[in-house]
Structure formats: structure tokens, C-alpha cells
Design a protein around this ligand. Structure first.
Ligand SMILES: C[S@@+](CC[C@H](N)C(=O)[O-])C[C@H]1O[C@@H](n2cnc3c(N)ncnc32)[C@H](O)[C@@H]1O
Length: 241
């Protein structure tokens, strides 16, 4: 499905969010790199690389690696990055990232966590990459809060967005399904409180949340504990590495 929507993914994002997605990612970069210098960053579920490239544009980032399991998304990201020496992309599953443990200062995931078959395991896998004291940032859609604004957003998301997606995106089959899948997956996804609990269970502390657009978009950050307990599997991996 993600390979199928790759050609029009950026255009649809800009149009369907009326450009807000750009603002959300900029805000995510400011939060992710706050207090950092020469940060080594991983961006999981990077898609066409919008967040990866936004991170790389920030002088506080030294190197940024984007991972995504959809090869077509990664191909587009590589094309967009051009000759930017500070950015790399690789095909990789967020549940089994092809990177060594504790090598990154910051790990980000934007609008990707909800898609994982086991998002709590995704949080654990992403925090595995963090050095102690490193920061995980999740940017994601959630069910909006109750109230008039939330109801309006819900109506847009459920009814208008799939139609617009089909109309603008053209195509058929999987490309059309993607914009039906989006509201359905958000409604089926966990709450911000639940994701906060996954952060804590993965050994992340100082968990902070920021909600935007009637609560329909949220940013969560957490810092990997300096003395995070390591599972035997991680110990084994360190010995082998
Ligand atoms: C909605 S897009 C978000 C892309 C990008 N982060 C952005 O902000 O535009 C979700 C991305 O997650 C990727 N994805 C879904 N499940 C994945 C997994 N298990 N491992 C890696 N990438 C995954 C999809 O291929 C897709 O590119």
C-alpha cells in the first residue's frame, strides 16, 4: 500500500492537511534537537524523507539516517536528498532496525508508529538505538478530543478525506484504500496515555506530550534512562557486535 501511494504521497500530504504537516514536522525537529549539538539521528518509517531532510537541515544534527520498509518510499527520499552528505536512507523494518544499539542521540518517527503491527515493540526497538540520555520523539495522529472542533475534524477525517484522497490521488486499488485506511487506523490506534505507558515500559523517562489540532495530532518525547536495564538479547547482541 505504501509503495502504491509513494508517487503522490507528498502532494496529498500538503493538500489534505492544508500545509499543516510541514508545520508539525518543523515543530518536531525543534523538539527533537532541543539542547543537542552534533546529534546523530535515526528517523524510522521515514517515508519520502520529509522529516529526515528537515532534521538534516538543522545545524544541530550531524548525521541523519532514514529507515522505511517500503522501497519505493526510500527511492523517493534518496532522490529528494540529492547530494546531501549528512543524510542516508536504508530499507528497514521499524520492528527490527538494521542499526546497532545505543548509537543514536535522537530517534524520531512521524505518522509511522500507528502502522506497526506491534507499536509497543516498535517503541522498544527504537529506544534500543538510543544511547543512554538520548531522546525518542513520536509524532502521530490520535482520535481527537470531544467538543465541536474535535467533531468537525472527525467528520473531515472520516468522510471528506477519503473522498479527496481518491479524487486527487487518482489511481486505484491500494492507493484508494490508503485514504480509507488512514481514518480507520487512527480510530483503532491507542490513546496518548497508552503510548505514554509504552514509553515508560521501554525504559524512557521524562515523558512529555504536546497535543495539536483538537488533540488529533500529538507529539510525545522521552529520554532513555542512563541505567536502562538491558535484556539478555541486547547483551548478546553487544557481545557479537
Ligand atoms: C504515513 S507514512 C509517514 C512517512 C513520513 N514519516 C512522514 O512524516 O511523511 C508511514 C510510513 O511508515 C512506513 N512503515 C509502515 N510500517 C513500517 C515498518 N514496519 N517498518 C518501516 N516502515 C514502516 C510506510 O512505508 C510509510 O512510508
Amino acid at each position: 500500500m505504501f509503495d502504491a501511494i509513494a508517487p503522490r504521497y507528498d502532494l496529498l500530504n500538503r493538500l489534505l492537511s492544508a500545509g499543516s504537516d510541514v508545520r508539525w514536522r518543523r515543530r518536531a525537529v525543534a523538539r527533537a534537537l532541543d539542547g543537542q549539538s552534533r546529534a546523530v539521528v535515526a528517523d524510522a518509517c521515514c517515508g519520502t524523507g520529509d522529516l529526515t531532510l528537515e532534521l538534516a537541515r538543522d545545524p544541530r544534527a550531524l548525521r541523519v539516517v532514514g529507515f522505511d520498509f517500503a522501497a519505493e518510499m526510500v527511492r523517493r527520499a534518496v532522490r529528494k536528498a540529492g547530494r546531501d552528505a549528512r543524510t542516508r536512507f536504508a530499507v528497514g523494518d521499524a520492528l527490527r532496525l538494521p542499526a546497532q544499539s545505543e548509537r543514536f542521540d535522537v530517534v524520531t518517527v512521524a505518522f509511522g508508529l500507528r502502522n506497526l503491527v506491534d507499536p509497543a515493540a516498535g517503541i522498544r526497538e527504537m529506544s534500543r538505538l538510543l544511547r543512554p540520555g538520548g531522546r525518542l520523539l513520536v509524532l502521530e495522529f490520535f482520535a481527537p478530543k470531544s467538543g465541536a472542533g474535535g467533531a468537525l475534524f472527525r467528520a473531515y477525517f472520516r468522510h471528506l478525506l477519503p473522498r479527496l484522497g481518491r479524487w486527487i490521488g487518482g489511481g486505484s486499488g491500494e492507493a484508494i484504500d490508503a485514504y480509507r485506511y488512514l481514518p480507520e487506523s487512527v480510530e483503532a490506534f491507542a490513546s496518548v496515555d497508552e503510548v505514554t505507558r509504552w514509553f515508560t515500559a521501554a525504559g524512557l523517562e521524562s515523558v512529555a506530550t504536546e497535543r495539536m489540532l483538537f488533540g488529533s495530532v500529538a507529539m510525545l518525547t522521552g529520554v532513555r534512562q542512563a541505567s536502562a536495564a538491558r535484556t539478555p538479547a541486547r547483551e548478546l547482541e553487544r557481545c557479537v557486535a
